[in-house]
Design a protein around this ligand. Structure first.
Ligand SMILES: Cc1ncc(COP(=O)(O)O)c(C=O)c1O
Length: 362
């Protein structure tokens, strides 16, 4: 057994899910319940009828890479050479860490609370990491000064997500500009998997627009309810992307050709943002009516509830006593909080929030 792998603790989220019983209310799930449009799959099937299902180029189909590069049109990242099509954004994150960081010298600075895979992916690669926690007293507000102050001499990569999982916070343009201005040569790996699910009235702004050393991981998993498609991409400056493609080719050869055809059809379709905006409004009403302390999400489909105590104990007790699945904040680096996901149907969400309030008030 690889000792590096053996040393990585198992997933808390999985442990909680293992205790879930039929009929429990699941506010833990980080996956859309909406259905994707089957027309995208029909278009892919038509393509297969004509061309079969061959391997694509290692970096992905030229047609898809060109479409992705022009769709986002990030300056300097707008050519097919800037794109590697991956197995979900998860592989994109992994490849970026693997290809860009020298385990002997480099460190990844992770902006936290964060998606639990970030530190685990660093551990898997034997790359050192540190976390910089955004201020819980200010609702985990994105704060460039705080991140810049945490950068050390070994920091090669700053890893952040906007909108973020678990907080739902979106990095405003001014903070990203300030961060970019202070970073110099330090690269950014930005996880934009919730980019389309941004409920602010400003157009989504990417640090890729202002920082030339930016790598962007993304997919259609959340925006178009395509988690099982396992199709994502990494974008970055052309030269280091060659190393990314090299790693990708040895592990996967290429992403699924069928999935790439589905993505080509889905990319132009509107995201599910409107659905989640309506659901968010309902969520805020329910939380206010229940008198819970929370951070209002600007994006994604999660919400952090302040509980003050041991979050693992609280999540297991909630499941046992009230039969509601939530995720302990400590899984994301934020003790004293619980994350709920609000993809659940409205009645389940209302019932679940009522039960959480009852549990916390006991
Ligand atoms: C912040 C974040 N990044 C990446 C992923 C991975 O998504 P996928 O590999 O389906 O694109 C997730 C999934 O929950 C996530 O929440």
């Amino acid at each position: 057994m690889n000792p590096t792998l053996a040393a990585i603790p198992g997933s808390l989220i999985r442990a909680l899910n293992a205790q879930k019983r039929p009929g429990d209310i699941d506010l833990g799930l980080g996956e859309p319940l909406l259905r994707p449009d089957v027309a995208w799959f029909e278009a892919a099937t038509e393509w297969v009828r004509e061309f079969g299902c061959p391997y694509s180029a290692n970096a992905g189909m030229l047609e898809l890479r060109t479409k992705l590069a022009t769709h986002f049109a990030y300056p300097g990242l707008d050519r097919p050479e800037n794109v590697c099509v991956t197995v979900g954004s998860q592989e994109a994150l992994y490849l970026a860490i693997k290809a860009l960081c020298d385990p002997a010298t480099d460190e990844v600075l992770i902006v936290s609370p964060c998606y639990p895979a970030y530190p685990k992916l660093c551990q898997l690669e034997g790359v050192a990491h540190r976390e910089v926690l955004l201020d819980p007293e200010r609702g985990f507000e994105p704060d460039a000064d705080r991140v810049l102050a945490a950068i050390g001499p070994q920091t090669r990569l700053v890893l952040l997500a906007s909108p973020a999982n678990p907080t739902g916070r979106v990095w405003p343009r001014a903070e990203l500009e300030k961060l970019a201005a202070g970073l110099g040569e330090v690269a950014v790996l930005v996880d934009e998997v919730y980019r389309e699910l941004d409920y602010s009235d400003q157009a989504p702004f990417s640090i890729a627009t202002v920082h030339p050393h930016t790598f962007v991981a993304n997919s259609l998993s959340k925006s178009h309810a395509l988690t099982g498609l396992r199709l994502g991409w990494l974008m970055g400056p052309a030269e280091p992307m060659q190393a990314v493609v090299k790693a990708h080719q040895f592990v996967n050869t290429a992403a699924s050709t069928f999935s790439q055809r589905v993505a080509l059809a889905a990319l132009d379709a509107p995201s599910h943002r409107a659905h989640y905006m309506a659901q968010r409004a309902r969520l805020l009403q329910l939380l206010d009516a229940a008198g819970l302390a929370y951070v209002a999400p600007d994006g994604a489909f999660y919400c952090m509830l302040r509980i003050g105590g041991d979050s693992v104990k609280a999540a297991f007790a909630l499941l046992e006593q009230e039969r509601v699945v939530t995720i302990p904040g400590v899984a994301f680096g934020a003790e004293g909080w619980l994350r709920i996901s609000w993809v659940a149907p409205e009645e389940a969400l209302a019932e679940g929030i009522g039960r959480i309030a009852r549990f916390l008030q006991c």
